[in-house]
Write a new protein. Sequence first.
Length: 166
Amino acid sequence: MRKIRLAAVAVGLAVSVVPVSSPSSAAGTAMESHCLTMKKIYGQDGDINAYADTFCYGGEIGYDSGDDPNWADNSGGFRDSAGNNAMSVLNTGIPGKYEVVALYDYENYDYAAGYRCLGVGDWESDLSKFRFVDSNGNTKGPMARQISSHRWVTRSACSANSWIGL
Ligand SMILES: [Ca+2]
Ligand SMILES: [Ca+2]
């Protein structure tokens, strides 16, 4: 996957000089567009991606087309310091295959401790705006630097107030 990504980055840089129209005029558009830029570079590669800083900056702390029950262990797409460290997330999943990803405060996909869902092609540029919710829709702890596991799920596994992302 890494090799494919590096090739894609080169393509992305090559086309980045082409002017593109932007639908947004709000302040902070340039910052916000960085997640969109990363999304275009990755394409639909089947991954959930997470970053150490807001707006998909600060280096990618991990990416995974599978599930990872512990972002702080030594296996899977998220390891070691990735645990409790994400400030922004980007879902470059594949429609019909890897679509919705659930992000959890605790390890091992613990809905009771709190989770949030991110749809395919969506991103959330600032997790400090959100708190986790539990299976009953109750508000739980803050999301910023607290994601500890993730799993690909069906839309029906996500309550109406659990969605994040643009
Ligand atoms: Ca892991
Ligand atoms: Ca956590």
